[in-house]
Design a protein around this ligand. Sequence first.
Ligand code: PMP
Length: 368
Amino acid sequence: MDPLRHVKPAVRQIQAYTLAAREAPVKINQNENPWDLPDAVKRRVLEKALVRPWARYPAFDPRELTEALAGFSGWRADGILAGNGSNELIEALLMVTVGPGTKVVIPEPTFTLYALLTGILGGEAIRVRLGEDLRYDTPSLVEARRRSGAAVTVVCSPNNPTGTSLLRDELERLCQAGDGLVVVDEAYHEFSGETAVPLLEKHPNLVVLRTFSKAMALAGLRVGYLLSSPEIVREVNKARLPYNLNFFAQTAALAALEEHAVLEETVRRLVEERERLLERLRDVPGVRAWPSQANFFLLELLAASPKAVFESLYRRGVLVRDVSSYPMLSRCLRVSVGTPEENETFLHALGAAFGEAGMDFSADTGRA
Ligand code: PMP
């Protein structure tokens, strides 16, 4: 008996996407919004859920949400598909485009899910390293796309975990290099102030993915959406599971859109905090805090071991993300921007971690 021999060999070789089950008072490891939606808004959602029969399926086609997303994003409703997190939509998109041997151009390092799903579907990930300064190497991406005849190119902008963005003209060059789809994962776009949505009209092979899990403060409820031509949306929709978006998530997403002014304010504060943290870390010996356009940044440890610093921070109640196993990032941790209090605790814990390692740390001696 070897039932496992029926699992695809490509799948047997893949390591699952996992996150160690750690908790900490200062949890800055998942790029979430540290500020929840106001209680009054949550209560409004709960009240709507209370009067709605739970025994009945949610809307098959969540049209009210799609219409609201159209108004919000400035793109046509028939070119929008809502999903159970943006992860579900990248999966649906790859399911309808990738089969055995299909080429998918994926920069590295980036969000690991793109290559994982490509592998499960039997496709081949064509990896293109970021440039020296962790920026996208657009000429190499264009070349890889052309040479491989890639069906899909996935670019995360701003990129997780580097925080670097693809410029608009670079994206246009990618779209023009062949008719393969170009997917821009905009999970963190709010923190950069940039979006590819205005280019959808011009480039029929462009697909944009967005999420409610970061700036929109709804990671716990799983909502994302995909924007592209109505023709592409119609095809991707075939791989979406029926009733993928539960009514609670639909109601909460609508409420978050209504409360967008509150969320915009949290984005503004997070960007301000990001810049403050980077400034505080600028002259600290032994570290390099990389500029970022997202709500996180890379902390490169020039002399200490990232794993040792990770554990030392954790012992002090601060949980960051160890990305030292990613290509090009062997000396790096990824730090999400938290509330001002959380950020102070992080700086303090980092100082203590450095003290423990016998290194000087003077970020706290700067401005308060
Ligand atoms: N894309 C990127 C780049 C991400 O970093 C994440 C979350 N880690 C996601 C998508 C997942 O988004 P969602 O919660 O909408 O599935």
